[in-house]
Ligand binder design. Structure first.
Ligand code: CDT
Length: 325
């Protein structure tokens, strides 16, 4: 049996996507300072014909979970309570004027729910070319620790500052295809990609802040770049999807973070990667039709997956080893 792809007759579905990496944002940088930098990258993207620009995780502030404060109420200034807001309005306006969509990560403090509780999420939104918000994703896998660990050189207290989202991994029809989002640590978990893969995702947008120094096991420090590429390339290939990984890199408030923002094809190949750890734009023509080469062959889920023998994946969280007897 031979498989015929639309490529063979020249049909393409190209979205020109930009990965707008940011260098460090210090704690005294204002939202307006940062938005000015985002606008520079957005305009550069427009000149290059980019249709969708992806910014990093927590793109409006420094990575504040590196500091612990005992009263979380004193951290509200790091969070956005509305989007757009006064500080980000120029980004929304300029993107709409240029006809470019964007994806932006930020810390979100919600309105009170029915019980009066406000929630803190690590959030990313997808904005269409007309300025409308088509999707909001809240981070599912929250890494790091919940309490102060004063012996560390820096904290990674994301589990103090953010709740894990119960909403999972939705996808949206946008930019002529099926688009999903994930945030930083999510990219290390195959479940993130597969949840979206099972909804036919064709492009996953992922912002990240990855310190080079991994305090619990420093032997991993030298492998940060390798692991970053490993997980995104595997996730792309195994689900037949584009993956756009975008860093906030460089030495931010004394903590060195990985750059290596990448655009990964459904083949698993990296088609573009940043060469600095500062503000830098890379872009690529991403043909969403290319996903079919993998979704309809090796990774034809409906034909080859065996969910009936994967029951542990949803019924169990930690490892249960076989009895020793
Ligand atoms: N931001 C984020 O999720 N960073 C994590 C660091 C893990 S170490 C606590 C990451 O997976 O890159």
């Amino acid at each position: 049996m031979s498989t015929h792809f639309t490529h063979d007759i020249g049909v393409q579905r190209i979205v020109n996507v930009g990965a707008a990496q940011l260098g460090p944002i210090n704690r005294d940088h204002s939202r307006s300072d940062v938005v000015e930098r985002l606008l520079v990258l957005l305009r550069r993207a427009s000149e290059r014909g980019v249709e969708l620009v992806v910014f990093p995780e927590l793109a409006l502030t420094t990575f504040f979970p590196r500091w612990f404060i005992s009263n979380i109420g004193e951290s509200d200034h790091w969070y956005e309570t509305a989007m757009p807001n006064e500080a980000t309005r120029p980004l929304f306006d300029e993107a709409r004027r240029l006809g470019i969509g964007f994806c932006l990560g930020y810390a979100e403090l919600t309105e009170p729910d029915r019980s009066g509780a406000r929630h803190r999420y690590n959030t990313q939104i997808l904005v269409e070319r007309d300025g409308s918000i088509v999707g909001k994703y809240r981070k599912v896998h929250i890494p790091g620790h919940e309490t102060n660990e004063p012996d560390r050189p820096f904290q990674h207290a994301e589990r103090y500052y953010f709740e894990p989202s119960p909403e999972g991994f939705p996808v949206w029809r946008a930019f002529g295809g099926i688009v999903g989002m994930m945030i930083c640590n999510d990219r290390r978990w195959p479940e993130s990609y597969r949840e979206m893969g099972l909804q036919g995702v064709e492009m996953i947008l992922c912002g990240y802040n990855t310190p080079i120094h991994y305090v619990p096991d420093p032997s991993q420090d030298i492998l940060q770049g390798f692991h970053n590429s490993l997980v995104m390339q595997a996730g792309a290939y195994q689900n037949g999807t584009w993956v756009i990984g975008v860093a906030k890199g460089g030495v931010e408030e004394g903590v060195d973070s990985l750059g290596q923002s990448s655009i990964v094809a459904p083949s698993g190949q990296i088609v573009a990667q940043t060469i600095t750890t500062g503000d830098e734009l890379i872009s690529a023509d991403c043909d969403l039709e290319w996903c079919r080469r993998y979704k309809e062959t090796l990774f034809d889920f409906d034909r080859y997956r065996r969910p009936e023998v994967y029951t542990r994946l949803t019924s169990q969280r930690g490892v249960i080893e076989p009895p020793r007897s």
